[in-house]
Design a protein around this ligand. Sequence first.
Ligand code: HEC
Length: 434
Amino acid sequence: MSRRPLVRDVTAVASISASALLVACATSAPETTASASSGPASAPTFYADVLPVLQENCQVCHTEEGLNLGGMVAPMAFTSYSETARHAARIARAVESRRMPPWHAADQHLGQFSNERVLDAADAATIIAWARGGAPEGDPSDAPPPRVFASSETGWSIGEPDLIVKLPSPYFVHDSIEDQYVDFVVTIPEDQLPTDRWVKSVEFRPGSSAVHHIIASPLGGIAPGVGPRVYPDGLGTVLRKGTTVTFNMHYHKEPGAGTAVWDQSEAAIVFYEPGEVIEHVVEGNDLGMFRFKIPPNDPDYSFTSEYTFEKEAEIVWLTPHMHLRGKSALYEITYPDGQLDTLLHVPEYDFNWQHTYTFDEPMHVPAGTTIDLTLWWDNSAGNPYNPNPNREVGWGRPTTDEMGYGFMSFIEVEPRRFVVGEPIPENLRRGNER
Ligand code: HEC
C-alpha cells in the first residue's frame, strides 16, 4: 500500500542548467561567474562575486535583523566579509547539499511557485569556488551597495499592526530545558476585536531566542520556515470576533545554568481598510487525515485523503503539514476528463521548513476535479527527529504525536464584492485559516 515518492533524489546542483532555473528575485548574475568554475587560480572574491549572490538569496534571513520565520531565525549574518569568511566551509557545504537556501519542492516544480528559493547553478558554483579558493576578500570597492530590507518602524515587516495576539503571560523556559512543547490558548478579547474583520496580513515574532517554532491556528500560515502571510490585494479571510487562538510553542536551546529565558511571543495582524473591496474569499480544505496509525519502527508508512471540487476554482497555495516523523508529501490532481498530474511533490519533507507553496499563476480547476494527498512518515530510528520509534503513533496535537494535513487554499473564479467595513455575512464559507 505504501507508495514511493515519485522523485527520491535531488538532482545535483551542477547538472541543472542555469537557464532552466528561476531565482526568487532575478538580478544580474555576477560578472565573473565563468571564472568560478575554472579553478582556484581565478577564485571569485567576496566583494565582487559572492556578496551579490548572498544579498539576493541569503540575506533576507542571514542578516543581523534577519527575517523571522515563525521562529526560524538564521544563526549568522552574511553581510560582512569577516563573518561570512569565517563560515565559508559551512556555506559551501550548505549550498552544495542544497540545504540552503531552504526549499523543499521537487525540481519538477521549478518556476511554478512564486516564493521558491533556489540558487541557480552559476551562483552555487561561485560560492563553492570562493570557499574552496580560500575565501578571498577582494577589493571592497567592487562591493554592491548594501541591500536594505523593508521593515516598519515597529519592526514588523507587514507594517503597523492593527491587532497583536500574544501568549497570555511571559513563560519561563527553565535552565534544564533542551526541547519543550507548550500550548497556550488565547481568546481575543472583545475590546481588541469588537467586530469580524478582513485579514490582510499576519506576522509572528518570537519573544526569545529559545523559540524554535510557533504554530498558531487559526492565524496560521506561519510555521517554522514560513514568512509573514500577506494576502494579495482583493483576497482575504475573515477573523471573527471572539476567535480562540492556540499557540503551539516549541522551545529549544542548549540546557545549562544561566540559559533560562522568558518568552512572550506574539502575532501581529493587519486588517483591510474600510472601503477596500474583497473580491475573493480565500477558502480552503485541509485534506485532513485522522485515522492513521503509524506502526512502531515503520520507515515508510503512508496514508491518503482526497477532496473533490464541486465548483470550479483557482488553487492559490498548498501547505503540507506533518510533525517530526513527516517524510514526504504528494498532491496529485485528477481532472474530470481523467487526466492525472502532480500538483506538488515534496520528496524530503522537513518539519522545520513548513513552506507554503504559492502558485505563481493560480491553478485553475474545473468542477469535478479531485485532489489526492499522500503523506509518508518515517517512524524508524533512522529518522533523526523521531522522539520514539518504538511507539505506534496516531493523530495528536503534541509535536511528539503526528498530524497529516495538506492545507490547500483556493478562491472562486467569479469575483464577489465585499466592501470592507460593511457587516460580513455569517454564512461565508469558513475561510481557510492557515
Ligand atoms: C528563508 C530563510 C533563509 C534563507 C533564504 C537562507 N537561509 Fe541559511 N539558514 C536559515 C536558518 C533559519 C538556519 C538555521 C536552521 C537550519 O540550519 O536549518 C540557516 C542555517 C544556515 C547555515 C548553517 C547550517 C549548516 O548547514 O551549516 C548555513 C551555512 C546557511 N544557512 C547558509 C545559507 C546560504 C549560503 C544561503 C543563501 C544561498 C542561505 N543560507 C539562505 C535561514 C535561511
